[in-house]
Design a protein around this ligand. Structure first.
Ligand code: P1T
Length: 377
């Protein structure tokens, strides 16, 4: 079955009770039991909810995974993946991730005995060298937020597996339409469904997809035990969102490339970070590994003043955190999404005070370029 057919039909069976074509929002905390121990497979809504189950089937199918679990946020999904390691284990963490992911490792997991090293995972030699006897996981984001570095998922997975470690890939920036990490060798895919999967900037959620039965059992156990579940209403919203994922991502690709091309030619821009540009250091890899280059573009304005001017002069773009919605957003990674990353690390990665990040939406491209042009000038 093709991607769009799967997106529209997987998990979306007509409701057994009423025939409703759209999966209903089962807004309930519990379920009546006919007799002690006799029920319809639903006992308590933290454990099971039909709306959430439908979404879990849907996104698992889109990622080509046997198992899927929906969470209250991307961060709770990421945190749950980290429950696959224990105190005393070591994790190789990509040196550029969403700031909140770095903060989770740096400020929280550290206190529970999880060791980690920040590694430039775009360089497989560096990944190989970072392994220790106790390395159990490699956690990568590709392309990264916000400098769009691309990691070779297949190569890193091969190295990790040779060392007996698993690979977790944050696929938020691509969505399963543009990149399928499990097919490339990764063991676990994590998403912030807040972004492209939902696509309409009206829900916060997360997702974990994987094939290994034992690890899936544990992720499900943690989901139920900790309870950071996605609500029925949010499950409905994301399920509605994925139906149009393919058409939205095609437009994000098209608009993203056009905005990157425009910025690359602009005299006031010294550098553009977009895997679809020939100048991108991993352009060839991105072409091979991804089905498109997506809608995220970052660019260097040279100074905080330069960035501020653009951020405050745009009219159509909204100054806001987040990404992946139909509407275009613009943000300042250094002070917003990546404020928890130490200053020196930010400088090394290129997350300077002059860096501006754009989530290119699916509006008419002429209007987006016009707005950026007037803001830049
Ligand atoms: O916000 P939440 O749904 O908890 O997702 C966290 C997260 C995880 N992974 C990536 C790659 C992300 O970009 C995010 C969230 N990012 C933003 C809010 C942002 O503006 O970059």
């Amino acid at each position: 079955m093709g991607f769009s057919t799967t997106a529209i039909h997987a998990g979306n069976e007509p409701d057994t009770a009423t025939g409703a074509v759209s999966v209903p929002i089962y807004q309930t905390s519990t379920y009546a039991q006919e007799a002690l121990g006799k029920h319809k497979g639903f006992e308590y809504a933290r454990t099971q909810n039909p709306t959430r189950s439908a979404l879990e089937k849907n996104i698992a199918a889109l990622e080509g995974a046997k198992f899927g679990f929906a969470f209250a946020s991307g961060m709770s999904a990421t945190d749950t993946c980290l429950k696959l390691v224990k105190a005393g284990d070591h994790v190789i963490l990509g040196n550029n991730t969403y700031g909140g992911t770095f903060r989770l490792f740096d400020r929280i997991l550290r206190n529970y005995g999880i060791e980690f090293d920040l590694v430039d995972t775009t360089d497989v030699t560096k990944v190989e060298q970072a392994f220790r006897d106790n390395t159990k996981m490699v956690f990568v984001e590709t392309p990264t937020n916000p400098v769009m570095s691309v990691t070779d998922i297949a190569a890193v997975s091969e190295i990790a597996h040779a060392h007996g470690a698993i690979v977790v890939c944050d696929n938020t920036f691509m969505s399963p339409y543009l990149q399928r990490p499990l097919e490339l060798g990764a063991d676990v895919v994590v998403h912030s469904t807040t972004k492209y999967l939902n696509g309409h900037s009206d829900s916060v959620g997360g997702f974990v997809a994987l094939n290994d039965e034992k690890n899936a059992e544990w992720i499900g156990f943690v989901q139920n035990s900790v309870g950071a579940i996605l609500s029925p209403f949010d499950s409905f919203l994301v399920l509605r969102g994925t139906k149009t994922l393919a058409v939205r991502m095609e437009k994000h690709n098209e608009n993203g490339q056009a905005v990157a091309n425009f910025l690359a030619e602009h005299p006031k821009v010294s550098k553009v970070f977009y895997p679809g540009l020939f100048s991108h250091p991993q352009h060839e890899l991105a072409k091979r590994q991804q089905k498109g280059f997506g809608g995220m573009v970052s660019f260097e304005t040279g100074s905080l003043e330069g960035a501020k001017k653009v951020l405050e002069s745009v009219r159509l773009f909204t100054l806001a955190e987040s990404l992946g919605g139909v509407e275009s957003l613009i943000s300042h990674p250094a002070s917003m999404t990546h404020a928890s990353v130490p200053f020196e690390t930010r400088q090394e990665l290129g997350i300077t005070d002059g860096l501006v990040r754009i989530s290119v939406g699916i509006e008419d491209i002429e209007d987006l370029i016009y707005d950026l042009d007037q803001a830049m000038n």
